[in-house]
Design a protein around this ligand. Structure first.
Ligand code: UDP
Ligand code: MG
Length: 141
């Protein structure tokens, strides 16, 4: 199973403005299969735990406020070399630095409200998938 899946979130700004469908279309067109997906509204405790690695950074508090500001879609996505391929599809954290045609270039409205999350390693993909999904909620992987 190593390397064939990643974890993603469609963030509140994108869900709120009706971009879920267009983003899912780009994900599917890039060859990713949805292995699990659900809509959740994170609690402050969940968001703080999910982003624990950023605790203490200047943007931490506002990131938690943003990520709990509305519902998100959490997903497990299947693809060969999924983590790297998905990071390529979403583009750089800062949309000004993202390549043309990437999801963040198209849908981000700021560094913070950058439309999507993608895991940065196989280890974190596993941890993040386990944080949101039980075994019974996953298919294909
Ligand atoms: N973020 C922010 N301000 C910053 C850097 C990051 O609000 O200066 C937010 C942004 O939503 C980003 C998330 O924190 O996606 C996690 O940051 P990271 O550096 O891990 O970027 P990513 O892995 O999401 O590209
Ligand atoms: Mg990150």
């Amino acid at each position: 199973m190593d390397g064939n899946f990643t974890f993603s979130i469609i963030k509140p700004n994108a869900v709120r403005t009706g971009k879920t469908g267009p983003i899912l279309a780009m994900i599917n067109e890039a060859g990713f299969e949805i292995a699990a997906m659900k809509m959740v509204k994170m609690t402050v405790e969940q968001a703080e735990s999910f982003y624990a690695v950023h605790k203490g950074k200047s943007f931490f508090e506002s990131l938690i406020e943003f990520m709990t500001s509305g519902p998100v879609f959490v997903m497990i996505l299947k693809h060969d070399n999924a983590v790297e391929e998905f990071r390529k599809l979403i583009g750089a954290t800062d949309p000004n630095k993202a390549e043309p045609g990437t999801i963040r270039k198209i849908f981000a409205i700021s560094v913070q409200m950058n439309a999507v999350h993608g895991s940065d390693s196989d280890e974190n993909a596993q941890k993040e998938a386990d944080f949101f999904f039980s075994t019974f909620e996953r298919f294909l992987i």
